[in-house]
Design a protein around this ligand. Structure first.
Ligand code: G3P
Ligand code: CA
Length: 228
């Protein structure tokens, strides 16, 4: 089973910062999960929300700032010190040559950034870390595009509602990895997915009790803020 730090080691460090990613590596996670969005001038940046309000001292949409402007804000989110918004490139260069996975969630469920899937896949291949990357998205079109752009890649479909409807879409679009919220998983559902040879990644596992239960059931990937 693979353990991924959700937005890095976000239980202890400001989410989606290089510090949170590096500490996740040092503490023994097998990799991290992070969220990809795009600046006004097309830079791929790692931040969960479409707006910078919650995690920085600034206000407004990521898409309305140039990368240079985004770098001016402090993404300290409840911590002391200065934390810059990271780029996808910085993260990929950090993992290159290490035994460390990255689950790149393409954040297109609210804003469909032009060609973001293509830009991400091209960068992953240019840096040469494709074997370490697991893609995912809540937005079905992105999942389909990612599979077309890189047929060898791991591409997961994220869901937080409508389990049965979304489960049916996996067959229709030949999607072989499912990323449901942990509370949606029952033993019966896990068994059914495993029988169908579908990889299961689940989030955001909140405590040791849930972690042990999901591990026993044979879930492939656990995404959590803290390490258990
Ligand atoms: O990829 C798992 C999880 O991160 C999806 O939900 O809202 O935390 O991006 P969210
Ligand atoms: Ca995410």
């Amino acid at each position: 089973m693979i353990k991924l730090g959700h937005r890095g080691y976000s239980a202890k460090y400001p989410e989606n910062t290089m510090e949170a990613f590096i500490k996740a590596y040092e503490v023994g996670f097998d990799g991290i999960e992070t969220d990809v969005q795009m600046s006004k001038d097309g830079e791929l940046v790692l931040i969960h929300d479409e707006k910078i309000n919650r995690t920085s001292h600034g206000k407004g949409y990521v898409k309305d700032y140039t990368f240079k402007e985004l770098r001016e804000f402090n993404f300290c989110y409840k911590a002391e010190g200065f934390y810059s918004i990271p780029t996808l490139e910085e993260l990929l260069l950090f993992i290159k040559g290490k035994k460390f996975f990255v689950n790149l969630e393409i954040k297109t469920d609210h804003i469909q950034y032009l060609d973001i899937e293509k830009k991400v896949v091209e960068m992953v291949h240019r840096i040469g870390v494709e074997k370490q990357i697991l893609y995912s998205s809540f937005y079905l079109n992105s999942v389909i595009k990612l599979k077309q752009l890189d047929p060898q890649a791991y591409v997961g479909y994220l869901i937080e509602k409508q389990y049965d409807v979304k489960r049916a879409l996996l067959n229709e679009y030949h999607i072989t990895a499912f990323h449901p919220k942990y509370s949606y998983l029952t033993l019966k559902r896990v068994q059914e997915l495993k029988q169908s040879k579908i990889k299961i990644a689940t989030w955001t596992v909140p405590n040791l009790k849930e972690y042990k239960r999901l591990k026993e059931w044979g879930v492939d990937i656990i995404i959590s803020n803290d390490i258990f």
